[in-house]
Design a protein around this ligand. Sequence first.
Ligand code: ZN
Ligand code: ZN
Ligand code: ZN
Length: 364
Amino acid sequence: MNHAPRVGRVRAEMERRGIDVLLLSVGPDLPYLTGYEAMPLERLTMLVLPARGDARLVVPQLEAPRVDRGEDLFEVVPWAETDDPVDRVVGLLGGGSANPVVAIGDHTWARFVLALQAELPHAQWRRAHEVTSPVRVVKDADEIAALQAAASAVDAVAAEMRERPFAGRREIDVHRELVDRMLEHGHQRANFAIVAAAANAASPHHEPGERVIAQGDVVLCDFGGTMDGYCSDITRMFHVGPPPAEVRDAYELLEAAQEAGVRAATIGAPCSAVDAAARDVIGAGGHGEHFVHRTGHGIGTEAHEDPYMVAGNEDAIVAGHAFSVEPGIYLTGRFGMRLEDIVVATTAGPRRLNAAPRDLAVVG
Ligand code: ZN
Ligand code: ZN
Ligand code: ZN
């Protein structure tokens, strides 16, 4: 990835919004913009990126050797163990406006935010999200290729699971298998692997545990990870033995809702339309009150990022938006189900990145 154009686009957003300087520490914005990821430690790493002028990366001296200077995006300012890194950052802001408008990364630790605010009492503080999200939300061809590769890897895992036995194994055993298979298929990291059987599947973010999967259980598998910097996220449903009519009917409704959500993801439509399309189908089928979450979230270098497919988000879908469409039906104390694909908005219409079979897989 070539990072300089990203920095240029963020600087244009800063100019447009009257932001003088951007401060980025831990979290996804810094690696997105520069390729360097701050260690999530007590020692401060902070990129100081003015709207105009040279950028500098304030970094603990012992981590300076990890910094790749290849792209020449910033000057490295190492600080020694007895220096005050907040003073170093404040020193780099000197010479500008007495009351600068400062945007700071959403994930920056409160202890550093509070220290900076104490040293810059006249600054106006804004979220970095204002200037990084509009850039990050539109994926270029390389990013879509990376998302596609990650999606294809979890598709392969989902397809393999259709041939695997579920009955007699604990949720946690299937969880570990999903993690192992994601790594085997090229992911560097598994971010989550929800395995929820029967009534546990009615809790959308169930933590897989000791429950032994049995004949007659629905099993929800929602898993994803990171591959070459970009995330995957897929949900597929399994049933141990033939499903009863009630489960089959609910699943048919769920598939129709997911299809409607995907079809609604056309350029120019508001993000809320994707949510409404899926929710209308589930509501018409009598399960409206059992669909208890938004329909989708954006995905990129973070597993959840803009744009969110939720009522109230009237932002228009543009080409290059990448997001999940994942309606669910949850019957407390009984069973639950969700179906999830990653979709990219294109000028030719919505394109699913996931291609694993979407039917309710009958397993042993
Ligand atoms: Zn998911
Ligand atoms: Zn998701
Ligand atoms: Zn219902």
